[in-house]
Design a protein around this ligand. Sequence first.
Ligand code: ATP
Length: 437
Amino acid sequence: ISEASSNVGDLLEELDEGLFNLLVEVGKVADDSGLNLYIVGGFVRDLILGVENLDIDLVVEGDGIEFAQKLVTELDGEIKESHQDFGTAIVNLNNGLKLDIASSRIEYYEYPAAPPQVEAASLKEDLFRRDFTTNALAIQLNSKKFGKLIDYFGGQEDLDSGLIRVLHNFSFIDDPSRILRALKFSNRYDFEIESLTRELIEHAIDQDVIKGLTTGRLGNELALILMEKVAPEILLDLNRFNLLKYFHPDLTWTEKEYNLALKVTNIKEWLEGLGIEEEVDNCYLYLMILVRSLDKDDIRDFLLKFKFPNDLVSKAIFVKEEVKEILNLLLQSRLQSTIVYHKLNDLSIEEMAYLALITDQPEVKEWIKDYLVKLRRIELEVTGKDIIELGHDPGPCFRRVLSKVKDKKLNGELDSYDDEYKYLKECLKRLEKGGKN
Ligand code: ATP
């Protein structure tokens, strides 16, 4: 394939001015060092598609770490991390931008799904090790060639026609995580997976190559998928290609889970309509839906194995442990606000959103609404000071007494400071008598 050469300097100029100037500056630093410098990968893809992307991956034909050092002296910043073996560095600039810098390199796989061995190489070789044509584009940043698009593998054409295509037939054998990435990108951009690429995916799946991936890499890909806007669609694909079993044999994502996931948007709108400020993270809810069919121990094992964070583990287990009980409770007649308050007060916003998501009962949503907009905002007017003024020494009973008063207030039985004060006195009196108030 011959290298198509066009210039996308005009697209770069449409970027935020600070970012554009930075790219010009780093190009100049590369000029001074006599190195060829390129911006590569997702940034270039998204620039052409008109999608914002602030992940700046730079490739230097030469020593990436040395270049990073020069960069931080010339432009204000510091090297946050560097890896001698890979020739990579992360630079944090004082203007808040982050740059990933790498020496152009090739990677060898000693056996399928093995961690790659690295060796210095030309830009073309560096681009050839990438996953898809659309991710193997580069833009040169050196002053004289600023904005030159480098497209060895037909990436621009595939972007135009909306195709995900691998660069060679062993791509999925070398790195099976690309199968998941193909499904992610095709759904994210509404692209087709090119027909040979699709066959290669099917072939690789038949060969069970995914088994060779570490749980860390698999878990990472799943976490990235869950963060996508189109996660529900991607999960349908994972299910279609029978890939969920690599995470857990009992995981499924059928129309049922998919439809539930589509309701996440409605629930978020409902919460927003109530004026709730907390952000509900979709990925938590998608994960809670995904693990619904597993039992509690399996949920824990699955999430810990794939290194999901602990708070997520507890949210997911909530799905199994408490949901039924809380739903039943919220459907009881003559239920007191205090009880609802104490039950919902321990839940995260995602857990409440999940309750609202899976119920058809308006009463449940009413109680959640009541808790969120009213009950949790109720504060007492009386304080410990009042108790001291009533002649008591500070102590653990303060909290108990105040919480008694608060419970009564939550139930709507105390309307004013005077009401609270009167009830406070009653409680203290009972306490003094040693009664079991
Ligand atoms: P996103 O918008 O999801 O961040 P991205 O393309 O920037 O997409 P990254 O995972 O940040 O994705 O990777 C950056 C680049 O590194 C990719 O564009 C691609 O060129 C290359 N790359 C990433 N993962 C792989 C892989 N598994 N195999 C080959 N190349 C990869």
